[in-house]
Design a binder for this molecule. Structure first.
Ligand code: HEC
Length: 166
């Protein structure tokens, strides 16, 4: 997944740019503020992680008591986190997508196996979270959230910078 050739990336860019143009024509005047035509893979992975965080966050908020606990909502959010975990974001870290508006550290492209392994850990933790949410056991959800949060942190500590890099 991480060894896409620059040609494939540029073809992907062309396809994305073309579909973006078509969508723009069809829906003027919608602005695609989160899809940068010159950096589609950076936009892909940043949008992806935003979605992950927006579905994971409310579960942690419910555990902390910042939102009322709701079994059905926890289950539905955990299902969405699980669904997102099956969209393989590693393809959005193809060679040539390391620069631009990004917080992705260059180490990702030097240690792609380790990066992929940390992503697999995240995917496995999303499974654990869904199982816990299905059980309806709040303490199991708490443990699973801790595990999943640990998987985010393990990757961010090594591979995500606090600020934009370039
Ligand atoms: C395998 C590594 C990895 C895992 C696991 C991971 N992230 Fe990230 N995350 C990244 C990288 C790298 C970026 C920076 C992407 C960029 O700027 O191009 C990022 C960016 C983000 C962003 C910022 C998105 C934006 O607006 O630019 C959020 C929010 C985020 N991650 C949340 C999470 C959460 C929550 C989890 C766990 C549930 C998680 N991430 C798991 C690597 C990871």
């Amino acid at each position: 997944m991480l060894n896409r050739s620059p040609r494939t990336v540029s073809r992907l860019r062309t396809v994305l740019a073309a579909s973006l143009t078509a969508a723009t024509i069809a829906t003027v005047p919608v602005a695609f503020s989160h899809m940068d035509r010159d950096e589609p893979l950076q936009s892909f992975r940043q949008s992806y992680f935003t979605l992950v965080a927006m579905n994971f966050g409310p579960i942690t908020a419910m555990l902390k008591g910042d939102m009322p606990w709701d079994d059905a909502k926890v289950l539905s959010l955990a299902e969405d986190v699980k669904a997102l975990s099956t969209v393989d974001v590693l393809r959005a870290f193809a060679p040539g997508s390391d620069k631009g508006t990004t917080r992705a550290k260059p180490e990702i492209w030097d240690n792609s196996d380790d990066f992929a392994e940390k992503y697999r850990a995240f995917q496995a933790s999303a499974d654990t979270l869904l199982d816990a949410a299905k059980s309806g056991d709040k303490s199991a959800v708490g443990a699973a959230v801790k595990e999943l949060g640990g998987a985010c942190k393990a990757c961010h500590d090594e591979y995500k910078s606090k600020d934009y890099l370039y």
